[in-house]
Design a protein around this ligand. Structure first.
Ligand SMILES: [Zn+2]
Length: 564
């Protein structure tokens, strides 16, 4: 006997066997019982949700040869027929393959003929949206006045492509995706009957992957059972699909958001060596971050929905803000489009993983490390000066650390003045000179007097410099504070190295990022930056015409170094 696919073998023959779509089944049954059969139905829904199955059962039911109390008998030749193709009055047309006007024209001619053995001629037109315009027009004519003995069942996955004139003539049913539990139930039944050994996890995974399409789920079970001899487990599914396991997916995702590049690349290599599909991987990640965003923005909805690995997803949601999640989703969406056509999916994937989704977020994720450091410093500071810390460290029950800057940590006005005066006379030459300090710092690391100053300076970046001012950037606020505490020594160390006593001002990169546009705007308007009065020294002077050259220079790309 020829092999019959599980899907065909277990295709429901009666409404009792149909899984899901209870509402539709009930309405159709009522229509038969109350003798209120419509002449045109439109079944709309995604693939594998039972549209043609229900259409076929309905076609048989309306044609039962001895209805008992308006219910199909279940015993006559029509009721008992397993293959509707054997019934000449049930005509199936696949519009996807027969989309010509001729098909419908033929239908139009034959439609007038009485059924051969049934009460009704039932036309089931699958993928009806694929019909050509000419065919639609021909169909419309017959839909306008169908003969008493004809029933149309139009099935489609894309109702928006149907002319409104067609839709308006049909009774419409929207097929829902079949729930995960229903799919599991059905798969369990089939595997028991077929003596297929399969783990509960694997059943769940199939149900999830099939995304509400029972046909796909049964098809997958069929493939798996022919592919493994032992008990089917979750890994068999990943193997078959070419996707990675949920565990691996979360591992990779966590490496990604924490910026753990080395381990990330290692895992990507393993995935590649195992012959997994980077396209599926990208799609899995996309779905994962979609759930992270939902969790972040609509917690109640998230809690109420059938979503797997909720706890893991919540953990990720805690580590990221909405903006960066959206950035990641956009990136993954682009990647999923590009990776399809790429000959080098692995490289494309790697490049995308390596490029930052946002500098800021990288910092947030790294904040645990930073926070540890910050915490020590701040604690020290409190002990020393009983000052209110600039940073507040919050540690939640999950041991996640977040840093909160007190009122955006506005640096004081004297720093603003120093920054202004640095920028007012800054030049590329001065910046280059200032940058030479980094060549010599190592010499002072062992110096008793300057070792602290040198250590601190090593973490700095020269953002701008003039002949007598240097603006330093540090990555973290704690470093700026260290710098400020050690300021006198740092100034004298720089004097030792460069021979000039500079005015020094240090702020974080983040703060500089906020300040810089102001100066860029002045430049755009061709305005002169006026020097401001610094503490103690009173020398209000306008930068002269010579300075304005430097000034143009000042905003050269290499002068103001900021990591974007
Ligand atoms: Zn019957």
């Amino acid at each position: 006997m020829a092999y019959k696919s599980l899907y065909r073998k277990y295709r429901p023959q009666t409404f009792d066997e149909v899984y899901g779509q209870e509402y539709i089944v009930k309405t159709l049954c009522n229509a038969i019982e109350l003798d209120k059969i419509s002449h045109a139905y439109l079944f709309n829904g995604t693939r594998g949700t039972g549209k043609t199955t229900i259409a076929k059962i309905f076609a048989k039911m309306v044609n039962c040869l001895n209805l008992k109390n308006s219910k199909p008998c279940g015993e006559c030749s029509i009721c008992k027929c397993e293959n509707t193709e054997e019934i000449p009055d049930i005509i199936e047309i696949d519009a996807a393959s027969n989309n010509g006007v001729d098909e419908i024209r033929e239908l139009k001619n034959k439609i007038k003929l009485m059924p051969v053995m049934c009460k009704y001629k039932v036309y089931i037109i699958d993928e009806v949206h694929m019909l050509s315009t000419g065919a639609f027009n021909a169909l419309l004519k017959t839909l306008e006045e169908p003969p008493e003995h004809v029933i149309f069942i139009l099935a489609t996955t894309e109702p928006q492509k149907l002319p409104i004139t067609i839709i308006s003539r049909c009774q419409r049913f929207d097929f829902k995706k079949i729930s995960i539990n229903k799919i599991i139930e059905r798969l369990e039944y089939i595997s028991k009957k077929e003596k297929i050994e399969i783990s509960k996890d694997a059943l769940e995974e199939i149900a999830k992957i099939s995304d509400g399409a029972l046909r796909d789920a049964i098809g997958m079970l069929d493939q798996l059972s022919s592919y493994t001899n032992t008990k089917i487990n979750v890994n068999d599914i990943y193997e078959l699909k070419g996707s990675i396991s949920t565990e691996e997916l979360f591992k990779l995702t966590n490496l990604y958001i924490s910026g753990n590049i080395e381990n990330l690349l290692d895992q990507v290599e393993t995935i590649y060596n195992n012959g997994k599909s980077f396209q599926l991987l990208t799609e899995d990640m996309l779905m994962l971050f979609r759930n992270v965003l939902v969790c972040k923005k609509a917690e109640k909805y998230f809690d109420n929905k059938e979503i797997s690995n909720k706890e893991e997803i919540k953990k990720i949601a805690k580590k990221l803000d909405c903006n960066s999640i959206e950035n990641i989703i956009n990136k993954l969406e682009d990647l999923s489009k590009n990776i399809k056509n790429s000959n080098y999916p692995r490289i494309l994937f790697e490049v995308n993983m390596l490029s930052d989704f946002s500098n800021k977020e990288k910092k947030d994720v790294n904040s645990i490390e930073v926070a540890k450091k910050e915490k020590i410093i701040v604690t020290k500071q409190i002990e020393k000066e009983e000052d209110k810390p600039a940073l507040e460290i919050k540690i939640d029950s999950d041991n996640n650390v977040t840093l909160e800057l007190e009122e955006d940590r506005k640096f004081d006005i004297s720093k603003k003045i120093l920054i202004n005066n640095t920028i007012a006379k800054a030049s590329t030459t001065s910046k280059k000179k200032a940058n030479t300090i980094y060549n010599e710092l190592d010499k002072f690391i062992i110096d008793k007097k300057y070792k602290n100053a040198a250590t601190i300076l090593k973490d700095s970046v020269v953002a701008a410099a003039s002949e007598d001012h240097i603006l330093l950037n540090y990555k973290y606020a704690s470093m700026v504070e260290e710098n400020d505490r050690e300021l006198t020594n740092i100034i004298s160390l720089i004097e030792k190295m460069l021979g000039t006593k500079y005015k020094l001002v240090a702020i974080t990169e983040e703060e500089w990022k906020k300040e810089r546009p102001h100066y860029l705007e002045l430049k755009r308007q061709n305005k002169v930056i006026e020097l401001m009065e610094e503490k103690e020294e009173i020398k209000k002077e306008k930068s002269n015409s010579n300075d304005s050259n430097n000034y143009v220079d000042l905003f050269g790309i290499d002068l103001i170094e900021m990591e974007e």
